[in-house]
Design a protein around this ligand. Sequence first.
Ligand SMILES: Nc1ncnc2c1ncn2[C@@H]1O[C@H](COP(=O)(O)OP(=O)(O)OP(=O)(O)O)[C@@H](O)[C@H]1O
Length: 325
Amino acid sequence: MSNENDKFSVRAKGITKNFQLFSTQSEKLKSIFTGNKDGANFWALRGLSFEIEPGDVVGIVGTNGSGKSTLLNVLSGVIPQTSGSLEINGKIGVVAINEGLNWDLTGRENIRLKQLMMGMSNREIDAAMPSIIEFSELGEFIDQPVKDYSSGMRSKLGFSIVTHNDPDILIVDEALSVGDQNFSKKALGKIREFIAEGKTIFFVSHDLNQVREFTNKVMWIQYGEMRAFGPTKTVADQYQAFTRQLDDMSEDDRARYVTEQKHYQQIFTIDQLRDDYARKGLPESEIRRVTRLRSFEGFSRLSLMITLSAIILMIAVVIWMKFGR
Ligand SMILES: Nc1ncnc2c1ncn2[C@@H]1O[C@H](COP(=O)(O)OP(=O)(O)OP(=O)(O)O)[C@@H](O)[C@H]1O
């Protein structure tokens, strides 16, 4: 039976990501007690909303430091968003340089560990192992610790593991640019297979030709904001025109532009996002839902207070038992 939830593969509303930049540990500790985060804010994502349909192949573009990897990390659950709601239908697989490999384990052990984490049984893993090893082209290196691999070899291993896990949503972060040409070709072939099977794919690449070739939609993120999201040709053309403009700028003007954008990322507030949604006519309850902070810092502060209170109580009980009776 189909319902409304079947229509999307990923639905994001108002996703933000705030990084707290502290110059010293004591500054960080102080902020946990006081809750004062002034001057230490950096908003790597500033209210991204989008809906991805099953079978969409989405290219994510944006200049260096725009938040592409941060968004992928939020989507794959590696880091939590600061606010915003995220709904995901299906199993996610991430192919990224160095993604999720344990460097002390061998290639073979990494394969087993990852597959176990994805819920496969040992028997299923044994059955899949030879084809994963064969695809990775690592040969006898499969029994060497991953810390001895080159970045290309790690990328091959990571790609082979993830693509053999049958993900519904595949996230590919720059990983195809590493490794030799033959493997890149093979990896792209595998991605073509996934596209033909109608899987959802997020594809981050600085190679706009590759993005044009493989994707049907492009998301352009610029300094944490969504600049455009739509059909590949339209958005890729817009982005290309923008990068040409940047290239044509003098070095001073470009540096000024970057500084200005980073400044906006520091002075951004959740209230601005609320105002923006209110202007767009979003109902108040929905605004409250998507702008609610999932404050890890708040949680730390609370847990720290509880721990301190428990310690003080324990000391008081010990003193009372010793001297009070
Ligand atoms: N853990 C972190 N702590 C503080 N700042 C971070 C952290 N991770 C990322 N950032 C900052 O967030 C911004 C976005 O980084 P991100 O890596 O997502 O950009 P990107 O678009 O993937 O860049 P690139 O194209 O260079 O890979 C950058 O300014 C980066 O310095």
